[in-house]
Every structure is written in C-alpha cells, then in structure tokens.
Design a protein around this ligand. Sequence first.
Ligand code: ATP
Ligand code: MG
Length: 426
Amino acid sequence: MAQLIEAVRGMNDIGPDESAPWQHVEQVFRGLMLSYGYREVRLPLVEKTELFKRSIGEVTDIVEKEMYTFEDRNGESLSLRPEGTAGCVRAALQRGWLHQGVQRLWYGGPMFRHERPQKGRYRQFHQLGVEVFGLPGPDIDAENIIITARLWRRLGVAGKVSLQINSLGTPASRARFRTDLVAWLQERAHLLDEDSRRRLTTNPLRILDSKVPETRHLLANAPSLMDYLDDAARAHFAEVCARLDAAGVAWEHNPRLVRGLDYYTYTVFEWVTGELGAQGTVCAGGRYDGLVEQLGGRPTPAVGFALGMERLVALLPAGQVPEADYRPQAYLVMVGEAAERRGQVLAESLRDALPGLRLLAHCGGGGFKSQLKRADKSGAQVALILGQAEAEAGTVGLKPLRGGGGGQQTVPQAQAAQALAALLDG
Ligand code: ATP
Ligand code: MG
C-alpha cells in the first residue's frame, strides 16, 4: 500500500462527530451579529506580506516568527493571514467602505501562525471577529464588550471567563511612558529574559506582555501606564467601565494588559479563563484609532475584537450543544427493489411537505432487521418503513423508536408527511 500522507502539524481536521459544537457557536454568533446590526465580510486568506508588517508591526511575535510567508510564482511576498484586522482595514480602504458612514462588520474563518502546537494553540486556528469603523466614543467600546458577554451567556460559558480591561491612552502619552519604562528596565536589564532584553530597544511595551515568570514578577513594580494617561483617555476609560457596570458586565482593571502594537489606543480588553492552562485568552480586542491612517487612509476611529474558536469550543459545557438538532429525525427503511425505488420518491415528497425535516434515507440495500438497527443507531425518533407489501399497497409504516408515540401505524403514502409531523411534534 502507498504511504499515508498526514496533515501538517498543528493543522487539525474537524470530524463529523466534532463539528456540531462549531456549528452551534457559529450559529449563535451569527444570530447575535444580526441582532446588533453587524454585517458579515468574507476576506482573502492570503494578503501581501507588507500589509501585516505595516499593521501588526515588524517587532511582534507574529511578524517576527509566526507568519507563513512565501513567494508567489511571480516573486511577490505573500502571507497566510495571521489575524483578521489588517485584511479588513485593507479591504475597507480599497473598497471605499469608510466613505459610507459607520461600518459594523464581522468575519470568521481560519488564521495561520507558525507557533509550537499544544492544547489551545495551533498553526491553523479559527477566529470570529468584529471591526467597527467611524465611532470614537466609549459607547461602541462598551457595545463590543457587551456583545461578547452576551455570547458567553448564550453559550453557557459565562461562569468560566472573566474580563480584564485597560487603557493604553494616546500615542503621545504612551511615548512618555515608554521613555520612563525603558529607563526603569535598563537599570534592571540583567534581570530580564533574553527576548525582553532585545525588546528594550525594539518594542519595549511588548515586554509588559511577557509570559516569562521572572520578568512578570519584576514588572510588578515597574512604572504604570495608568499614571501617564491624559484626561481624555481617563474619561474615556471611566465611561467604558461605567457602561459595563450599567450593563451588569463584571470587569477587572489590569494595568499591565497591553497589546504591544503601536496602533492601539485607549481601550484594550481580554476575556480569560483558568480552564485551558497556559492558553487562557479566549477573546481579545480593543481600540485601534491609528491603524487606518497607518495603512494609508484618513484618520478613522476603529475598535474590534477576535475570539479563538478552538478555545471557546473547548470551554462549552457538555450538554450545552443541542446534539439532537444534528441527528436525523426520521430514518427511511426500504426493503426490496420496488420499495427502494418508490422510497426515494416518497422521501422527496416528504422533504417538499416538511422543508426542515432531517430525513436519512437508507442506501445500500440489506434486510429489514439490519436496516432497522441502523435506524435506531442513527438516533432518529421515527423509522419510516417501506417493504414489498407497503410499496404495492401505496402505504408506509411509521414506527416510533424512542418510546412514547405509541406503536407502529400504517398510513397511505399521501398522508405520510402529516402523520410524521404529528409524531415528531408529540
Ligand atoms: P496568545 O497570547 O494566547 O498567544 P494572542 O494575543 O496572540 O494570544 P490574538 O492575536 O489577540 O491572540 O488573537 C485573538 C484570539 O485568537 C486569542 O485570544 C485566542 O483565543 C486565539 N488565538 C490566537 N492564536 C491562536 C493559536 N495559535 N491557536 C489557537 N487560538 C489562537
Ligand atoms: Mg500569540
């Protein structure tokens, strides 16, 4: 036999027994987006490498070491998207969406980062995300966070996640903070891990985000960005927090929460959980008023978030996904050639009459007993039975499989839809 070819490390299949929770999360999210007036965009998985360098920043983990970058056949450097914001801003600029007033957008799909695969961290992973353009006020920051809070409630994970929030202020106040932070860290450079020492000169704010325990410990006494915020940033932050309070969304101020990138301004937030080990961030977002300009547009306020589907699906409580909604409701058993032929026609007429019906029609022949066994195994509530006798008489048997519903009954095929609907309702 030829040698099997395996999937790329860190890139997972979602099998038929695993897809129900994914569909459930997507369906709930899609419903929320509709109800809040956000519209879907579908964007390319591949963009010019330059886009990510200029938006995410040259000195970030993502651009320095995580991107899947390759040369196109014509020599252009392209990258698989590591996140969705850059492509969304690119599209908004290129397609003129920003001239059409406020935009509330959402997207979903795979992202790619060359990280060390482990539980909750993969090389192809999936995000659902939101980007809003054209609104500078704290109202929309709060709306974004309130949406995520509602999503957690709908999915039954609200008790497992908590909200951390911070303000990064303006680029000007951050520059002042940065100067002082660098001075403070330089005196203690010998205590820093190697990555952080390197970042002292390249991207010092990112050090605040270090996952190295010794560095984190040291940082506890470092200057705090909060002390550098100007009045406008303070007021904006206070208003976001007040709105969260009013909406009943609990939050914790984490003054060390940064997102390291130059374009972030004002609000940043993360939803974290203790249930997924080191991969504790389920959702992250914030305001990025500088990015549109950085990518060649007019200054445009913007805010958004992205959540990791793998981590969210892992948090779903057992029983929360309505498994029954993904099982067939009825299984059509057909024994004998005449019945098989007649059965396919009957199945189509049932689908015409009951458009939402989940009907699995047996294929591949076999005896009555073995087909009925499969019907039972499929999880269907009702077996529809078409044997030689029924085919000749123009009838069909309906046999409840899950208790209740009474015994087997036989009805004319023309009344099958009605009888089946009554059984499924009951
Ligand atoms: P982390 O600190 O865990 O590396 P991040 O700050 O790199 O996260 P973001 O770029 O903010 O993550 O992406 C938003 C969300 O996407 C994360 O909160 C997480 O849920 C998810 N995510 C990011 N990278 C991965 C990955 N490699 N595998 C699975 N999910 C991921
Ligand atoms: Mg990361």
